[in-house]
Design a protein around this ligand. Structure first.
Ligand code: SER
Length: 320
């Protein structure tokens, strides 16, 4: 066996959905690590100047197999990060569009990997794979799932297909089930956990926030820096260490809207919150409150760094 460390090797990477909430920061992190020229950002629309001008950028629809194949061949792409997706709240409004985007983009990438046109794939799953019959506290890696949202159904199906392509065709696909992600660089769009980002913007701009989830709705969450670190970490591991090829449970913290409001009040004492739950409450109620991520800890050394207090301090500092 050779002992190449991937870290020090040049490799060409493609990010699909690079202008989204995760894609933006993932692109910046991968470019910082591997060099701007090695990391091709792509999205169906143009994103921030920083992203489009710092390195290669392609306008690309991830559901278009030929266009995707062209970009992969042109740049001799080795690794693909598929971050394009329609999130939970929007997917409930456009079920078939969500299914088509979330599944066809995945099949395209998995098929290109099956044909050895790329050799490693990252695809994100979500806590949305779980449903109302799932044990809510410290949800185990392997448990009842039965998702009740369009988004959750697409993620659970995606997990099964990732596992299938790994077993049958040897595709090196890796995945984590992200909790709700909190970030300041790019706004999320169409998710049920987005309140935990909006709240910081409103706290600074207006000193008050009307929350679309109820006071005591506990959900698993994570600060973006942790999410990016987890993503880079799982992608760097030697293949034999990745024992789960559907998707790993991943956790950092859990809190309710009331608790995040309280943490903001430590910095902005006058901050006030009202609660006006809408259709997203049902989605949130179907998801776990906390996640057992011991398999990720064991297999590839996962450990989060940001709790709620640290996240709040960093969000307010960056947004101000
Ligand atoms: N954050 C996502 C959403 O709320 C879940 O993966 O849709």
């Amino acid at each position: 066996m050779n002992s190449f460390n991937f870290d020090f090797m040049q490799k060409s990477i493609l990010i699909l959905g690079a202008c989204g909430q995760i894609g933006t920061e993932l692109t910046l992190a991968l470019r910082a690590k591997y060099g701007n020229d090695c990391v091709v950002a792509s999205d169906i629309r143009e994103g921030s100047k920083e992203l489009v001008e710092a390195g290669p950028f392609e306008l690309l629809d991830a559901t278009n197999y030929e266009a995707l194949e062209d970009v992969i061949m042109y740049y001799e792409i080795e690794e693909v990060y598929l971050m394009a997706a329609m999130l939970s709240a929007t997917a409930e409004k456009f079920p078939s569009r969500a299914w088509n985007l979330n599944m066809n983009s995945l099949f395209n990438v998995l098929d290109l990997a099956k044909e050895k046109k790329v050799n490693r794939v990252f695809w994100p799953s979500s806590i949305a794979v779980f449903g109302p019959n799932t044990p809510r506290e410290l949800t185990p890696q392997h448990t009842i799932m039965e998702p009740t949202t369009v988004y959750g159904i697409s993620k659970q199906s995606g997990e099964r297909w990732c596992s299938y392509y790994h077993e049958k065709y040897g595709v090196d696909v890796r995945s984590v089930r992200y909790p709700g992600l909190i970030s300041w660089k790019t706004l999320p769009g169409g998710g049920t956990t987005d309140y935990a980002v909006e709240i910081y913007h409103k706290a600074i701009e207006e000193g008050t926030y009307s929350c679309f989830l109820a006071e005591q709705t506990v959900l698993p969450m994570m600060f973006m820096d942790d999410a990016i670190r987890a993503t880079l970490q799982i992608m760097e591991m030697p293949p034999e260490t990745i024992k789960i090829r559907s998707s790993y449970n991943l956790a950092a913290m859990s809190f309710t809207p009331a608790q995040i409001a309280e943490s903001i009040q430590k910095h902005i004492p006058d901050f006030s919150m009202t609660y006006n739950p809408d259709f997203r409450q049902d989605i949130a109620d179907s998801w776990p409150g906390s996640i057992d991520d011991s398999k990720a800890q064991l297999d590839w050394g996962w450990k989060p760094e940001f709790d709620l207090e640290k996240t709040t301090a960093e969000m307010l500092r960056q947004l101000k």
